[in-house]
Design a protein around this ligand. Structure first.
Ligand code: SF4
Ligand code: SF4
Length: 265
């Protein structure tokens, strides 16, 4: 299954593009990568067919008892604990519990808890998979990973298109390794690349510009140059406008190009 990540800062026009793709494509698993406040459920009309509890096993360190001996980091089979500052990486950690077993102080305790849900919605044409993280809960990057995996398991979809809306660095990392990255840039966020530069290294990258006729020629020039240097292929440009209907229409007309160039169908 091909995985496409759609990335852009808030207000870039990314959701308008996603909306057009939901309406214009078939056999696609749409994935909402924003587990703190999923939005695609508001634009994907369908029936909820599954809602699974999402739980994590996570080690918690009692710093009052920890003596910084480093044995947990030394024994972690996944290299998830930094050997210098002993920080536990929430993406690399697999919840195996080996660190807790090796802690001479019993400072690490494994805790299993439900932190959210994974939800599947169908409309006979496409699927939507999204995660809901409980307010204030940890485990957001793991939930992003989980919705991504869930989408891969749904065999009615040939393609997963993942909207990475408002993600922090951790969650962007949880999407690393996707086949395609499409970045939407507008005049409002001249530098959307910073947060994805160090990831998606082997990924085929595309740029969508949402700033034609905005009058911000200098920003536009810089974005295009920057994208070119980073190996992005220019996909299409739409007119910058504050009118949501106009934006929707503009993106709708570009679904064909997206299909041909990004999805190769
Ligand atoms: S639970 Fe396992 S993977 Fe996670 S930090 Fe401990 S040893 Fe490493
Ligand atoms: S093994 Fe236990 S005491 Fe040693 S650094 Fe890790 S948590 Fe702290």
């Amino acid at each position: 299954m091909m995985e496409v990540v759609l990335f852009g800062n808030p207000g870039s026009g990314k959701t308008e593009l996603m909306k057009a793709l939901i309406q214009g494509l078939e056999g696609v698993n749409f994935v909402d990568g924003n587990v703190d406040a999923p939005q695609l459920r508001d634009i994907f009309v369908g029936k909820e067919t599954k809602r699974d509890a999402f739980t994590i096993d996570a080690p918690f360190r009692n710093y009052m008892v920890c003596v910084s001996c480093g044995l947990c980091a030394k024994n972690c089979p996944f290299g998830a604990i930094d050997k210098v500052d002993l920080w536990i990486d929430p993406i690399e950690c697999e919840g195996c519990g080996v660190c807790a077993e090796h802690c001479p102080q019993k400072a690490l305790q494994m805790t299993n808890m439900q932190v959210g849900h994974v939800v599947h919605v169908e409309n006979g044409k496409n699927n939507l998979i999204y995660g809901e993280l409980m307010p204030g809960a940890i485990g957001g990057p793991l939930l992003v990973k989980s919705v991504r995996e869930k989408a891969k398991d749904i065999d009615t979809g040939r393609v997963s298109i993942i909207e990475a809306f408002g993600l922090g660095e951790m969650a962007v990392r949880a999407l690393d390794g996707a086949d395609r990255l499409v970045v939407v840039a507008s005049e409002r966020d001249g530098a959307p690349f910073e947060r994805v530069d160090s990831f998606f290294r082997g990924t085929h990258k595309f740029l969508v510009l949402n700033m034609a006729g905005s009058g911000h020629d200098e920003i536009r020039r810089k974005v295009v140059e920057r994208a070119k240097d980073a190996g992005y292929e220019f996909l299409f440009e739409v007119k910058e406008t504050a009118d949501p209907n106009e934006r929707n229409e503009a993106f709708k007309g570009l679904v064909g190009i997206f299909k041909e160039r990004v999805l190769n169908v």
